[in-house]
Design a protein around this ligand. Sequence first.
Ligand code: FAD
Length: 510
Amino acid sequence: MAGGEASATGPDLQAGITLASLNEESPLLGHVGEEPVILVRKGNEIFAVGATCTHYSGPLAEGLIVGETVRCPWHHACFHLRTGEAVRPPALNPIPCWRVERHGEMVFVREKLPPSPRPVRAHSPELPQSVVIIGGGAAGNAAAETLRNEGYSGPITLLSADDAAPYDRPNLSKDYLAGTAPEEWIPLRGESFYAERNITLRLGTRAVAIDLAHRLVRLANGDSLNYGALLLATGAEPIRLNVPGASLPHVHLLRSLADSRALIAAATTARRCLVIGASFIGLEVAASLRARNIEVHVVAPEAHPMERVMGPELGAMIQALHTEHGVCFHLGATVAMIAPDHAVLSTSERIDTDLVVVGIGVRPATALAEQAGLAVDRGVLVDAYLQTSAPGVYAAGDIARWPDPRSGQAIRVEHWVVAERQGQVAARNMLGSKERFDAVPFFWSQHYDTTISYVGHAETWDRIELDGSLKAQNCIARFWRTGRILAVATVGRDRESLEAEAAFEAESAA
Ligand SMILES: Cc1cc2nc3c(=O)[nH]c(=O)nc-3n(C[C@H](O)[C@H](O)[C@H](O)COP(=O)(O)OP(=O)(O)OC[C@H]3O[C@@H](n4cnc5c(N)ncnc54)[C@H](O)[C@@H]3O)c2cc1C
C-alpha cells in the first residue's frame, strides 16, 4: 500500500534529544537515517517506532496515543508501541521498532529491533480441527490472517466466490476508479502470501449450502468440505434497480474488482454518466468520474445527499463540494426508465447519458445462513462473541448483526474496518479467547481531497451539534440522543475523530 510517505524531517534521533522535549500527549517526529520515526514517552519508558502507517502511509506523528498504542489519524489503524504490531485494522502489517537508550536527560535512538516472533500453538483437542471461512473479503481475510498470527497450525480454507484474491474494496470507488491508484495498491497481500501461511485460498469457489449436523460446507462444483469451526463472511450484494432498461449493458453496479474494472473500461469512452443514488459509493463514483473529466449527473430521492446518515447540514456541504466540482444534482427524484442513450426521471426530466451507475444500497448476503437454519433478522444474528445460533459457526462483516454495547441494540453496519476487526475477533474466539466484540464502529468516505470520518453509530438522533466551519471543511458534528453523544462525524479534524473514538471506548469500559 502506498500514500503520502513521511519524509525524514525533525531531529536526528541517533544524535539524541532532551527528555524535556518529549511529552506524554503527543508523539515527537524525528528520523533515524532516512527513516521517519516517532518517539513516545509513557511515564519512565520511551518508545521509538516507525512514523508511517502501513495501511496508506498516514502520519502517525499526528495520531493519538491511547495506552501503549498509537492510532493513525487517517483510518484509525492502531499499533502497539512495544512491539510495533498492527493491533487494529485497517493496517495489516506492523511498524518497525528501535531500541532507545537514556543517558541522564538525553534520549538516543539506537538500532532497529528485529520483528517480534509470532506465537506458535501446539495443536490441541480444544482447538478446531480445521477452519473454513466463506468469503474472501475484509472479514474473511482478516480472520484467516489472525488464525495464523495467533499460532493456529490446523488447516484453514478461505473460500471466495470472487476470482480475485482479497483486495482493498474501499479503493474501488476512489483513487482506483479515478485512475490515480496503481493496480499494485489493490490486492491486500502479495501473490505468495496465502501459500506461505499455509492458507488454502480457493478463488471462484462458491459455497451453496451448509450442513450444520455434519459440519459440512457444500460447494457449487459439487465438492464438500468438513469444518471444525466455520466463519460466514459473505458480505453484501448491491441492490438492483427495478425499472425498464435497468439491465442494459451500460448500467453498472459496483461491488467487486471486476465491477470497478468494467466501469473503468466504460469510462474510457463515456462522456456523460448518470449516478443513481446519492450514497457514499454513488458520490465517490461521481468524484472519481469527474477526475476522468466525465460529465456527472446524480439523481436521488432525498433533499440532501447522505442526509440519512450525516444529517442535512453535512449533506448540504457534501452537495456543495460536488457541485463545485461540476456534478449536477437532481434531488427529490428517482429514475423512471433507462434507454441506451438517456434516462427519464420521475419528474419527467430527460437526461442524456451513455453510462449509468446504480448505487442504491446493499443487502447482506444471508442466503447461506438462511438455508442452514441459522437465526437471521436483517443480517445473521450473532452474540457478543460473534457466534451465530449454531455453536462453532461465527459470522463477521457486512452480514453480521451484533449486540452493540453502547446502544444496547443489535446493529449491523457496512464498514471496512468493522468487518476486519470482527474477522479478527471471530478468529480469536474460534481459538477459545472468549473476546467480546466491543469496538466502536468507524468508517470514512473520500470525495476529491475531502475525507469524512465517522465514529460511533446513530441510526436516529434528536439533535446534531455542529462546531467549526462547513464552508472551510473543518468541522465536527456530534449526533445526540437522549442526552448522550452516539456518533461523531468530522471533516478536516482527524485527531478529534480519534479522540471521540477513545472517549466512546472509555465510556463503554466504565
Ligand atoms: C466500492 C466500495 C467502496 C467502499 N468504501 C468504503 C469506505 O470508504 N469505508 C468503509 O468503511 N467501507 C467502505 N465500503 C464497505 C466495505 O468495503 C465493506 O463494509 C466490507 O468490504 C465488508 O467486508 P465483508 O468481509 O463483510 O464483505 P466483502 O468484503 O464484500 O467480502 C465478501 C466476500 O464473500 C464472497 N462470497 C459471497 N458469497 C459467497 C459464497 N456463497 N461462497 C463463497 N464466497 C462468497 C464475495 O465474493 C466476497 O469476496 C465500500 C464498499 C464498496 C463496494
